[in-house]
Design a protein around this ligand. Structure first.
Ligand SMILES: [Zn+2]
Ligand SMILES: [Zn+2]
Length: 403
């Protein structure tokens, strides 16, 4: 059985992978500064005999495996950056870089990528087409754009042209041993915005001489709440929250200016654009109606991550095949967090999966917790699924392209 061979090969590299994970964990580097992590990846890939390309968005690395038989190209993405925060785990391999921690599991993702490289190079004869392993910087760099976007601009999906993409994340809500995904949206878009309201300041006792930006701001906040309830299709989802309302210095003074800050989460571009357009109209017209002036500064952050139906079907088959029928989880609801893998998914048919590290009777720390850690058995599980998927994908008929 070919699955037995994969299981055996993965078991052989498990310790090697864990060692890499711990080493990466010990020396975490924040977004756009993944210099040592990146050169480590380069040296491992080179030592394994992969074709290696460097310099995508500075620290991005690509390893290419060309199968024995030619064909299309599948991209597998692994993010490498850590977060700027102090680690509180007490692990023997805890961060040595003060103020930086691998609290989102990207150390694990990078180790999974190295494991997949080590396995696929041994299974080269079984691969149809090419596999491009994409080690990406700056996933956590929202809302600056994220490494995915800039690697694409630097041509990572070209030569050989990538036909489909796969991404994953270690996930606490899924049990260890399981992997899950879903068709359509799996991660939200995440857009921050700022509203600046200019009125006319005056003494609190002379409102007739003022244009009160606090009253305008209050009206804007209320009117914005009608977007989700009145403009968004009830079968679609959106979140609009004002998290900051800043204005005024004294109880008896009407200020000149008020600033509001908030965020929008959506799961498709149509709703995202509609929400943006309505925010702009409401902000500008409400202020104008009340004699003031307001401007919206809206930052389109990561878009929603949308999984392709055929790629999900392929992933589903690969997971069930290698891990067993019961270890596939059909995810019901997308997460409200953002993920810059979304940019890849906008370019080519893609699937993004969640790899469980949750425990039955024990709480595990979620990503971005200073106590975050995961069961390293999840590394092997992810490698098995990716290898199986990569081998299966090569055999998808040319005329049955995923789209
Ligand atoms: Zn994160
Ligand atoms: Zn992450």
């Amino acid at each position: 059985m070919f699955n037995d061979k994969i299981n055996r090969l993965v078991a052989d590299i498990e310790d090697w992978m864990i060692e890499h994970r711990r080493n990466i964990h010990k020396y975490p580097e924040p977004s756009r500064k993944e210099y040592k992590t990146s050169s480590k990846v380069v040296s491992v890939l080179e030592s394994l005999g992969l074709e290696v390309e460097k310099g995508y968005y500075t620290t991005g690395v690509v390893g290419i495996i060309r199968g024995k038989e030619g064909g299309r190209t599948l991209g597998l993405r692994f993010d490498m950056d850590a977060l700027e925060m102090d680690e509180l785990t007490n692990l023997p391999f805890a961060s040595k870089n003060k103020g930086v921690m691998h609290a989102c599991g990207h150390d694990g993702h990078t180790a999974i990528g190295l494991g997949v490289a080590k396995l696929l190079i041994q299974l080269r004869d079984e691969i149809k087409g090419n596999i491009k392993l994409i080690f990406q910087p700056a996933e956590e760099d929202a809302p600056n754009g994220g490494g995915a976007k800039y690697m694409i601009e630097d041509g990572v999906l070209k030569n050989p042209n990538v036909d489909a993409m796969v991404g994953l994340h270690l996930w606490p809500a899924l049990k260890l041993g399981t992997v899950g995904t879903k068709v359509g949206p799996i991660m939200a878009s995440s857009d921050p915005f700022t509203i600046e309201i200019i009125g006319k300041g005056a003494h609190a006792s002379l409102p007739q001489e003022a244009v009160d930006p606090i009253v305008i701001g209050s009206q804007i906040v209320n009117n914005l709440q009608t977007i989700v309830s009145r403009n968004v299709d009830p079968f679609e989802q959106a979140v609009l929250t004002i998290g900051k309302f800043i204005g005024g210095t004294r109880y008896n003074t009407i200020p000149e200016k008020v600033t509001l800050e908030g965020t929008v989460r959506t799961y498709n571009e149509k709703i995202r654009k509609k929400v943006y357009t309505r925010i702009k109209e409401i902000v500008e017209k409400t202020a104008e109606l009340m004699g003031g002036k307001a401007t919206l500064n809206y930052n389109f952050g990561y878009p929603a991550t949308i999984n392709d139906e055929k790629m999900v079907e392929l992933a589903r088959k690969a997971i069930k095949d290698i891990l067993g029928e019961n270890n596939y989880v059909e995810i019901e609801r997308p997460a409200t967090g953002g993920e810059d893998f979304a940019y890849f998914a906008k370019e080519v048919p893609s699937v993004y999966m969640w790899v469980g590290y949750g425990k039955e009777n024990e709480d595990v720390y979620p990503p971005h917790s200073p106590r975050f850690d995961f069961d390293e058995k999840a590394l092997s599980i992810a490698v098995k699924v990716l290898v199986k998927l990569a081998l299966k994908w090569g055999k998808v008929k040319e005329n049955d392209k995923c789209n």
